[in-house]
Design a protein around this ligand. Structure first.
Ligand SMILES: Nc1ncnc2c1ncn2[C@@H]1O[C@H](COP(=O)(O)OP(=O)(O)O)[C@@H](O)[C@H]1O
Ligand SMILES: N[C@@H](CCC(=O)OP(=O)(O)O)C(=O)O
Length: 368
């Protein structure tokens, strides 16, 4: 069976603690990816390693921590990384393309649509898109950053409606604790649902070149699963390991989902839109939205915060303060404040709105 597959490779798998690219590893991963590609799969690669590849080249002794130093290292390292991949893929007769994205690109529907159309065209031509965060423009201060590439890879997988996301790291899966800290930790083979307990076992980065650790990988698996993508987190080391991972026999943890892929509009709403307010709803309304697939009427709204206009996105919380989803509102903040808790007849008497639903079910995504 041929599939659309996103493979993410972390810095820890491509470079050493001392910095610089490990060419042998690049050669190995490329041959694994080429063999997936040869079988007719549409393969996308999300790769880290720009900072780790570049810092030694420009004379830093260790992986930099200051933003502009990291960016300088990435600017040098990204070119080295791409050059190494291009050469390696060329030896298999495969053309590779570079795509650099930021979180801001995802929050703008037009921009991400353009990026997706480019990716579609590349895949149609049998080219492997090689994706990384655009480190030289993304900083925590100016443009929100992914930081690690785990969530970037999950968003790419969900947006392109991939069947699988393979996150390659230096550990052969998720353990009950970080095995570097507790060698007695036990491997978790399968996860069907990402519960609070699963989030708790995942710790931070293990090596000095890694960034997100297991926590960001689990978060990525959660985004992928929500978008209908099966995820795998693990290690590939020997010939054929990547194909084994894709086929379900890899050395790692599998995160299986029963959900279908989400339409682009709902993905944008759930994961990339910027909410401008929050409405707290009563228990009945929360249940009707989450389990009955119903719209939210003013009667179920308890409290509203923020300044928003019709067409803006807000978060919806239950009475415990937990966020249960996001939706596009049909009312301005002052309008819903005036009619929260009132019956539909009463609302119609008091204000004039184009649609009676405060949030229509077609403009809503549940995040519970
Ligand atoms: N529960 C856990 N199970 C496995 N690894 C864990 C766990 N908690 C933390 N880790 C650490 O996460 C590291 C992998 O993340 P990271 O260093 O960011 O790698 P990468 O560069 O591949 O993204 C492992 O080396 C490991 O030390
Ligand atoms: N965009 C950055 C990624 C930073 C990073 O270390 O990420 P990761 O190894 O995936 O945890 C780079 O290429 O260096």
């Amino acid at each position: 069976m041929t599939e659309r597959i996103v493979v993410k490779i972390g810095s820890s798998s491509l470079t050493s603690d001392e910095g610089g690219l490990n060419r042998e590893r690049i050669q190995y991963f490329t041959s694994e990816l080429a063999s997936l590609h040869k079988k007719g799969n549409s393969v996308m690669l999300v790769t880290s390693g720009a900072v780790a590849a570049g810092f030694r080249q420009i004379g830093y002794a260790t992986k930099p921590k200051i933003v502009h130093e990291k960016q300088a290292a990435a600017a040098v390292g990204q070119a080295l990384l791409m050059q190494a991949y291009q050469e390696a893929f060329n030896s298999y007769g495969i053309v590779a393309a570079q795509i650099l994205l930021t979180r801001a690109d995802f929050s703008n529907r037009r921009r991400i649509q353009n990026a997706l159309m480019t990716i579609e065209e590349l895949l149609r031509l049998g080219i492997i898109p090689i994706i990384n965060e655009n480190d030289t423009v993304a900083t925590d201060e100016l443009v929100p950053k992914f930081g690690d590439n785990d969530s970037l890879s999950a968003l790419v997988a969900a947006m392109t409606k991939a069947a699988k996301l393979v996150i390659i790291t230096d550990m052969d899966g998720l353990y009950t604790e970080d095995p570097r800290k507790n060698p007695q930790a036990v491997k978790i083979e399968r996860v069907d649902q990402i519960s609070e307990d699963i989030m708790k076992v995942a710790g931070g980065a293990g090596s000095s070149v890694g960034t997100g650790g297991m926590r960001s990988k689990i978060e990525a698996a959660r985004i992928a699963m929500r978008g209908g993508v099966h995820a795998f987190i693990g290690k590939v080391q020997q010939e054929g390991d990547l194909s084994l991972a894709v086929e379900g026999n890899g050395r790692g943890t599998y995160f299986d989902t029963k959900l279908n892929s989400l339409p682009m509009k709902k993905q944008w709403l759930g994961f990339h839109s910027i909410p401008l307010g929050r409405a707290t709803v009563d228990e009945g309304a929360a249940l009707a939205m989450l389990e009955g697939g119903k719209s939210l009427l003013p009667a179920g709204v308890h409290e509203v915060l923020g300044e928003f206009l019709p067409g803006d996105v807000i978060e919806v919380a239950n009475q415990k303060g937990e966020i249960i989803g996001r939706g596009v509102v049909n009312y301005a903040a002052w309008q819903i404040q005036a009619v929260a808790g009132l019956t539909t007849e009463e609302v119609k008497r008091r204000i004039d709105v184009s649609r009676i639903e405060f949030i229509h079910r077609d403009e809503w995504i549940s995040l519970k």
